[in-house]
Design a protein around this ligand. Structure first.
Ligand SMILES: [Ca+2]
Ligand SMILES: [Ca+2]
Length: 395
């Protein structure tokens, strides 16, 4: 959607972009916007062609995971799923980003990674997060969390506070620049602040390309837990949490992203309930502790886990893909929402439920409770965290 960027460059606001786009009949979209597959039934470029159950054709899927890990607990489950898939050789974790505004979230994420034996996964923290759209009352509002502070306090890690972590967009540029072309899958399970910053980023020591060009060269696809499909509004008129929170970032990231995008909408994870089987894991597991603090180890919807699972394994028999189209993001005071505009040749699709939610929940929860692999002796025999810092896990 370079056309949108050009409009932005001449100073139109995000809100007016939506008006322009709405007034712009789909039938007259410019050829440049039709760069995807001409066949509505075909998979968009970059989406796995592997047969159901087949191993990845070219090694593990290279993942950058961007989480909020704050107000809801499913991010913690999603991080667990990704570690389990990495342990099985299905995924390679290049790095993680945090899109929420909370000084305990990066330490909490580092603690989970440490428990899984990967204490050195690079983590970037958002800069420039804004709550709401044209919100003059509390645009700097922090993202609350019932569990991040407790994890940061109880479990071993070495990042003291989120703002000690590097800027997420700068880190992401570095990670992308080091990878082969068209090889990286970005998964977002939170706000789109960091992807906006990435698209807006300028050439630097990591790459002579600007953000959009770098994404276009290195990213295979973006899998976004966000939006609601096909109708983006809830009965009360509200939009889905991840896309509405930092609305201007969502408009820029979704409308201008230069590669295929697959959305796992609200309705997908909403029917899949997981988490209570974390009781079967040791109390030293920080993911168990997150659910303990969040809801006393009850089941919770698996929104974020579905995005990670799709990013690594593809649709398999879990889901089917929608027709191609455009997930159009609307800005409005104070929070935005998305609208699905079907259109052959465009690069957005969304997941449609295929497997029964209970069966899919078992697939996800089995991964969430898989113990860490021994990683060079960094994980103790019972799968618990190292205790050499004197900070045993507790919940
Ligand atoms: Ca660390
Ligand atoms: Ca989330």
């Amino acid at each position: 959607m370079r056309f949108l960027s050009q409009l932005a460059a001449v100073g139109l606001t995000a809100a007016s972009l939506c008006i322009v786009f709405l007034a712009w009949p789909v039938t007259v979209l410019p050829d440049a916007a039709r760069a995807g597959s001409p066949q509505p039934a075909a998979r968009p470029a970059g989406i796995s062609q592997a047969a159901p159950g087949a191993p990845p054709a070219s090694g593990p899927v290279r993942i950058i995971l961007d989480v909020d890990l704050a107000e809801d607990v499913d991010d913690a489950g999603a991080v667990a799923v990704l570690h389990a898939l990495a342990n099985r050789g299905e995924a390679e974790i290049l790095g993680m980003l945090v899109s929420s505004k909370n000084e305990s979230v990066v330490p909490a994420l580092d603690a989970i990674n440490t428990w899984y034996g990967r204490p050195d996964i690079p983590i970037g923290y958002q800069r420039g997060h804004v709550y709401g759209y044209r919100n003059t009352k509390d645009p700097d509002r922090e993202t609350p969390s019932r569990y991040a502070g407790a994890l940061a306090e109880a479990f071993p890690h070495d990042v003291k506070r989120s703002s000690d972590a590097p800027d997420a967009a700068t880190l992401c540029r570095k990670l992308l620049a080091a990878q082969p072309d068209a090889s990286v899958t970005i998964v977002t399970t939170g706000f789109l602040t960091n992807l906006r910053e990435l698209l807006d980023s300028r050439p630097d020591e990591a790459s002579p390309l600007d953000g959009e060009a770098l994404v276009k060269q290195k990213v295979k696809q973006w899998v976004c837990m966000g939006g609601k499909f096909p109708d983006g509004k809830f009965p009360d008129g509200g939009g889905e949490y991840n896309v509405m929170w930092d609305t201007a970032a969502s408009v820029r990231a979704i409308n201008d992203w230069p590669t295929p995008v697959v959305f796992s909408g609200f309705e997908i994870g909403n029917r899949v309930k997981v988490g209570s089987r974390l009781r079967d894991t040791p109390p030293s597991n920080p993911v168990r502790a997150a659910y303990q603090h969040y809801n006393q180890l009850q089941d919770r919807e698996a929104w974020d886990q579905t995005a990670v699972l799709y990013a690594v394994r593809g649709a398999r028999d879990y889901w089917t893909l929608s027709e191609p189209g455009l997930c159009l993001m609307h800005a409005r005071v104070t929070h935005g929402y998305n609208q699905w505009v079907p259109s052959p040749g465009l690069r957005h699709r969304y997941l449609i439920e295929a497997m029964a939610p209970a069966a899919l929940g078992k697939v996800i929860e089995d991964l969430m409770i898989e113990p860490p692999h021994g990683q060079g002796g960094k994980v103790t025999k019972d799968g618990g965290p190292r205790t050499d810092t004197g900070e045993g896990g507790r919940d």
